[in-house]
Design a binder for this molecule. Structure first.
Ligand code: GLN
Length: 547
């Protein structure tokens, strides 16, 4: 079967949740036995989001092959249970970079290099290249930005051309719009959708299906009106109402018939959707038997998107434990040894987040110390693990002034240091230790128990490492090295003695947690926090009885 391409554009406003709609449609099509992948086309000039601040862009999602990509790829992996690669994320920067490189190499010799056809050809080759790479049945192409933006135009033009290149019957155009409710008029309004469809159609890519975000249900009259003005059949007006959880969206889209319409229009050989496991998962997160509160200590906490995959992995880990995980967001800038107890009061687990630069480090160190001294389950991720090592060195291994050379180059104890091969690098883009590496787990550790196997693979994104020259001294003082990369002998996981659950990981486990395969460390961390909560409430009630 020839690969079919579904283009998804967004109109009226940004933040309508295009990524979730793409991921949900992907899940529904996978559930019908089709081989699906999703690709994000981003209209910015950065070659990848790796150099962007989390305030600008949210989390940078890293794939197995070490690509630094848009966080929507995280949704695709979590919803579809697939692995994405560099090919799943294309930016305008990358497209121009490649075209200009080819021009310098003389590839277009004699020609004037232009947006049409050279840039559009390059975009199309990325799209069809992904489709052909594994002979997918379907590639869902999410076009970033909002219709009407200048910067999205080459993508829309490329998709318009692609409709003819691969045959119209092999493509579908879905437009996500907003149907706002005007309180003063007491009505849902269709005009923004009409205008958005008009703008898209002017670029030659008229939609076959409209997905309409709305706070209220769309009645027959509204649907008819949208269909009539926007040149689609009434069955192709799909309502997308606000959902309690993003994981409900596939089920809501199925109720609205989105996947059936896609199947019909693309003439796909599809079986009935098997969503049994998905429904069980949604049921678990909507009706948890218990609850636990985890503190997430980080410096970007005002911007939850910066920790997207961690939040989702906690939800997955919670579901396995029949528990809701509430996150207490703690701005690390404000934490110190004096206020840490009050700030972290009532939490049953402490997660210290990844990050770069020295802002908020002292607060993170206070949080680590509080977790270590009070036996509160602790999970340190990347920078969070590095903070755990620094805190341990200073307070348990007699290394006064221990630090990472990221924060103090002249520290007497550089327990976290540049990897030798990072020293000479001056360019910032794509130069970290990126992507998947193997890790061997030590017997009897919490990490080994959680994974239940000896060899694992996890994704990395960092420049600094635990310094092997100080490793022995740290170990002699009780630091447990529970995971090591066998190839380069790098410490990947640390734990400590006499603590129920204290795990620091140099990698990013959150990136591999999916609905069908929740990450073992998150499952184990949530479990430890529930045990802590149970023990703690026992102690509290005993104390009350004695008073
Ligand atoms: N800043 C640290 C490093 O580069 C940690 C990075 C991270 O947390 N992703 O090693």
């Amino acid at each position: 079967m020839a690969t079919k391409y579904i283009f998804i554009t967004g109109g009226v406003t940004s933040s309508l949740g295009k990524g979730i709609i793409c991921a949900s449609l992907g899940r529904l099509l996978v559930a019908r036995g089709l081989r699906v992948t999703v690709q994000k086309l981003d209209p910015y000039i950065n070659v990848d989001p790796g150099t962007m601040n989390p305030y600008e862009h949210g989390e940078v999602y890293v794939t197995d092959d070490g690509a630094e990509t848009d966080l929507d790829l995280g949704h695709y992996e979590r919803f579809l249970d697939i692995r994405t690669t560099q090919q799943n994320n294309v930016t305008t920067g990358r497209v121009y970079f490649d075209v200009i490189t080819k021009e310098r190499q003389g590839t277009y010799l004699g020609k004037t290099v232009q947006v049409i056809p050279h840039i559009t050809d390059e975009i199309k080759s990325h799209v069809t290249g992904l489709g052909e790479s594994e002979n997918f049945d379907i590639v869902i192409v999410e076009i970033g930005g909002t219709v009407g933006d200048i910067e999205s135009l080459p993508y829309i033009e490329a998709m318009r051309q692609l409709r003819y290149d691969v045959g119209r019957k092999n493509t579908l155009s879905i437009h996500l719009t907003l149907v706002p409710y005007l309180a003063a008029a007491g009505e849902l309004k269709t005009k923004p959708t009409q205008h958005s469809v008009k703008t898209l159609s002017e670029s030659g890519l008229s939609p076959d299906i409209l997905v309409c975000r709305s706070e209220y249900p769309l009645d027959e009259t509204i649907r008819r009106k949208i269909a009539q003005f926007c040149n689609v059949e009434i069955e192709d007006v799909i309502a997308s109402l606000d959902a309690e959880s993003i994981y409900e969206v596939p089920l809501l889209m199925q109720d609205e018939g989105l996947d059936s319409r896609v199947i019909d229009k693309l003439n796909l050989p599809a079986k009935n959707a098997d969503l049994v496991l998905w429904k069980q998962f949604v049921d678990k997160i909507k009706n948890p038997k218990t609850e636990t509160t985890i503190a997430l200590v980080g410096k970007y906490v005002e911007h939850h998107d910066a920790y997207k995959s961690i939040v989702e992995a906690l939800i997955h880990g919670g579901a396995v434990n029949d528990s809701r995980v509430s996150i207490k967001w703690i701005q690390s800038d404000y934490v110190n040894d004096e206020n840490v107890e009050a700030l972290l009061d009532g939490v049953s687990g402490i997660l210290v987040a990844p990050g770069f630069g020295d802002r908020g480090i002292d607060g993170k160190l206070s949080a680590v110390k509080h977790a270590r001294e009070n036996g509160i389950p602790f999970f340190g991720i990347c920078l969070g693990m590095q903070c755990a090592v620094i805190e341990f060195a200073r307070n348990c291994a007699n290394m006064k002034g221990a630090n990472s050379t990221e924060f103090n180059e002249s520290t007497p104890y550089p327990v976290i240091d540049f990897m030798p091969d990072q020293r000479e690098i001056t360019e910032k883009g794509g130069t970290m230790r990126l992507g998947q590496y193997e890790c061997k787990l030590a017997k009897g550790t919490n990490a080994r128990k959680a994974y239940g196997e000896e060899l694992i693979n996890e994704r990395h994104r960092h420049r600094f490492e635990l310094n092997n020259e100080l490793r022995e001294t740290l170990k002699q003082n009780g630091l447990i090295v529970s995971g090591v990369n066998p190839e380069r002998d790098l410490v990947e996981i640390i734990e400590i003695e006499n603590h129920p659950w204290f795990v620091g990981v140099q990698f990013h486990p959150e990136l591999k947690s999916t609905v069908n395969e929740p990450h073992p460390l998150f499952v184990s961390f949530v479990k430890a926090s529930l045990l802590y909560k149970k023990d703690y409430s026992k102690i509290e009630s005993k104390q009350k009885q004695t008073v």
